[in-house]
Design a protein around this ligand. Sequence first.
Ligand SMILES: [Zn+2]
Length: 400
Amino acid sequence: MRGRTPTSAPATAGEIFRLVRDGAAGTRTEIGRATGLSRTAVAARVARLLADGLVTEVVGAAATGGRPAARLEFNAAGGTVLAVSVGVSRSKAAVCDLTGAVLAEAVIDLPASVGPHRLLGDAVPTLEKLLLDAGVGEAGIRGIGLSIPGTVDGANGWSVGVPSLPGWERIPLPPMLTERFPAPVRVDNDVNVMALAEQAVHPDVDDLLMVKIGSGVGAGLVAGGHLQRGAWGAAGEIGHIPVHDGPGIGCGCGNVDCLEVLASGRALVRDLAAGRPDGAVSTIADVVALVKQGDPDAVRLVRIAGRRLGEVLAAAVNLVNPALVAIGGDLVGAFDPLVAGVREAIYRRSMATATQSLRIEPGLLAGRSGVMGCAILVLDDVLSPATVDATLTASPPDVT
Ligand SMILES: [Zn+2]
C-alpha cells in the first residue's frame, strides 16, 4: 500500500507484544499492517508469544458476517510479579498479575529500623505464603518490585543518605530476595511507585504530583507522562524543605523546621500526645481517629499541618503545573482538615493559571498504591519489547 512507511527492520515478537498490550493491534492482519511483516513472519512471532503465555487468543463473532477473526489479547494471567513496599513503621508484600492487580497481599508488621536483612528476610516466607494463597506457581514469577522510603540508587538497588532509614544505606537489597526468587528486581522510592500507580488509574492525567503523608512526607512527580526521578534519584524530597514560621525544631537531616518534623504523621502524634495521658495518642491511626471524632485540637493541628504542606506544594505547583495533586499515606484518613489547609496555602501562594483547574484529591488506590506501584515499576521493565525478546530467546528465532 502506498503512503505507508515500511518498517526499517522487521518488528520483533516483543514489539508485536507491545502492539497487542496497548490495544493498537488485535489480529494477525492488523499486526501485519502495523509492522509490514509477512503473514508467515507474523504467525511465527505470535506463536512464540502464545507459547510464552503473554497473549491469549479469543475467537469472537465476525463483525462482517465472515469467518470469525481470532483476536489476540494481553494475558494478565500469563505470569506474576512480587511486590514489597517497605514503610518506616510497617511494610506490605503482595503477589500481582501482569496488569499490577493485587492477587494476594499481607502486612509485614516490623519497623524498617530492624534493618534490611531482618525485614526482607521476613518478606520471603510472607511471599511464599501469598503465592499459595493466590494459587499461582513460582515458575510464573517474572519480576520483583521493591520500594523503600528514601532516596534510591536504582542502578545498585540500594538506599542512599536517608535519615528515616538508618541501617539501610548502601546495602544491596535485590540479592536478599533473588536468593529465594530468582527474577529481575527493580528498586525505587516509595512515593515514586505510588505516583506510578496513581498515574495508571488516571490515564487522562499526564502531569501529577503524588504526595505521601505518613510517618514522613514525600512527593513523586509525573511530568509529561513520565515519572521524574531527577539526576540522583532525589526528586520529590519535599519533606526536607524548611517552612517559614516554624518553632525551630531540628531535623535528622541537619536542617531546622523541615516540613517532615512539623507536618508529618509522626509530628502530629508528638504534638497531640503533649498534654494528654500517656499512650492516649501513640500512632497516626490515633490522630486520624481523633479527627474523625471531631476533636478540636486534632482538627486544628491537622489543618495547620496541611497549611505547611500547602506552603511547600505551592512552589511545586508553580514550578511544574500539575493537573492533579493526589494525597496518600496514613494521614489521608484525616483528609478534610488536611486538604482544607493545603488548599488555603496553595490558592494563596500559587498563580491563578496554575490553580484554576487544579484537582487536589485523595489517591484512588488507598492503601494499595504502594504494592501496585512496585508491580507496575517492574512490569514496565519486564514487559518492555527488549526484555520480552530476551526472555523468548530460549525458543526458536523469529522467521523473517
Ligand atoms: Zn530535614
